[in-house]
Design a binder for this molecule. Structure first.
Ligand SMILES: *Cc1c(COP(=O)(O)O)cnc(C)c1O
Length: 425
């Protein structure tokens, strides 16, 4: 499958039916799996030769979809999680116990910021947030002896900052730690971060991958490129695991070490596994991902260009616009398009922004983003309302900003809806 175009992989990677098997990937709706004798079951518990015993740890449907996403990203292994939040948590926790420090881009999803800056701090982890635009010297200065990873979004939600992946990867590798990137917005159709040096990719599959707003989910994929044994920073992967009768993941699983640990350790203990039904729906979304992404990008660019010339609009943020500060980085890392999300400010501040939203007829006000149907959100009063005004501005979401998630409807209808809403805002 590796040699096929990504378009073909979207349809056929992961599940390959043999003679007489269902054409469509089956849903294994079972919590548990039967064994003929105790010894065969014991072997599965010992991780000898694979196999399933309990869906909290792993399930065939989930694994097939994880394998498809791993192929799309060009990685060696993947695991699905019950949400994007769980993917963010597990991707870090898998290599960073209490007492660890993480260097993190300040341009990240509000939910990730809350998870890191509040919940994970309470768990004993430490974070330094740094602008994705920071010069390399400033980035390198953010590291501490106990730094275990660098975390960033390839295209940030909702501020649409494009990450200089090579700059971040270089700083991480100089300090002997992996670069973990959240690639939710571009998807592997528009950006494959492993090709630029990222080591781990995570996703909220609830967005474009599912595409139809049916299922919350997440994914973690390992490139297999990071050498965990190059220093003594990752004893959880290189030393014997007492909770798994003395097994060393790096020794026993090589390039599969990181994902194996995430499954048999974190999934076993914390259990954020997706329902196989949801993975089935996610797979249907993935089948058309390559068709949908270009349409999102084409529609978003047309809307962004229209907004840029509108007298009621104070600013437009879309990395596909030549005037955008990230245009160069977007051309480098996402030459076929970024995503369908456009953010913009309305003259008249927060009140005008709220009036604009209430005037919309086709675009729906929802918390969700990256859906095939156009939707819209006011981040300052919703997803980012926990942040102070200062933090909102730092995260790229000032009070007058609208996050407009352009769907794949006919673009003329979308622009007409925005036009009538702006005129009366
Ligand atoms: C939505 C989102 C998340 C969180 O994902 P859920 O599936 O909602 O838990 C993480 N990162 C990014 C970039 C997102 O857009």
């Amino acid at each position: 499958m590796q040699n096929y175009h990504i378009n073909t992989k979207c349809l056929q990677a992961g599940y390959t039916p043999k003679n007489g098997e269902p054409r469509v990937m089956p849903i294994t709706q079972s919590t548990t799996f039967k064994f003929g004798d105790s010894e065969s079951m014991a072997n599965v518990f010992d991780l000898k030769g694979g196999g399933y015993f309990y869906t909290r740890v792993s399930n065939p449907t989930n694994d097939l979809v994880a394998a498809k996403i791993a192929v799309l990203e060009g990685g060696v292994a993947g695991v699905l999680t019950a949400s994007g939040q769980a993917a963010s948590l597990y991707s870090v926790l898998n290599i960073a116990p209490a007492g660890s420090h993480i260097v993190c881009s300040s341009a990240i999803y509000g939910g990730t910021y809350n998870l890191f800056n509040f919940t994970m701090r309470q768990m004993g982890l430490d974070f330094t947030f740094i602008s994705p635009d920071a010069p390399p010297e400033e980035l390198v200065a953010a590291f501490k002896p106990n730094t275990k990873a660098v975390f960033a979004e390839t295209l940030s939600n909702p501020s649409l900052a494009v990450l200089d992946i090579e700059k971040f990867a270089e700083a991480a590798h100089k300090n002997g730690v992996p670069l973990i990137v959240d690639n939710t917005f571009p998807t592997p159709v528009n950006c494959r971060p492993f090709e630029s040096g990222a080591d781990i990719v995570i996703h909220s599959t609830s967005k474009y991958m599912d595409g139809h707003a049916t299922s919350i989910g997440g994914a973690i994929v390992d490139s297999g490129n990071f050498d965990w044994a190059q220093n003594d920073k990752f004893p959880g992967l290189t030393q014997p695991d007492p909770s798994y009768h003395g097994l060393s993941y790096a020794e026993s699983f090589g390039k599969g070490a990181y994902i194996t640990k995430a499954v048999v350790h974190l999934m076993r203990d914390l259990g954020a596994i997706p329902a196989p039904q949801n993975s089935f729906l996610l797979n249907l979304g993935l089948e058309t991902l390559f068709l949908r992404m270009p349409r999102h990008c084409e529609n978003a660019l047309a809307l962004a260009e229209y907004l840029e010339n509108h007298p009621k609009v104070s600013c437009v943020n879309y990395p596909g616009l030549k005037s955008n500060k990230y245009y160069g980085l977007a051309q480098k890392y996402m030459p076929n398009g970024a995503c369908g999300v456009v953010s913009f400010g309305i003259k008249g501040g927060k009140e005008a922004a709220v009036r604009f939203m209430d005037n919309l007829k086709l675009a729906a006000i929802v918390t969700h983003v990256a859906d095939c149907r156009t939707c819209v959100l006011h981040p300052a009063s919703t997803t980012h309302r926990q942040l102070t005004d200062e933090q909102q501005t730092e995260a790229g979401v000032p009070g007058d900003m609208i996050r407009f998630s352009v769907g794949i409807e006919y673009i003329g209808d979308i622009i007409d809806d925005v036009e009538q809403a702006l005129v009366n805002a």
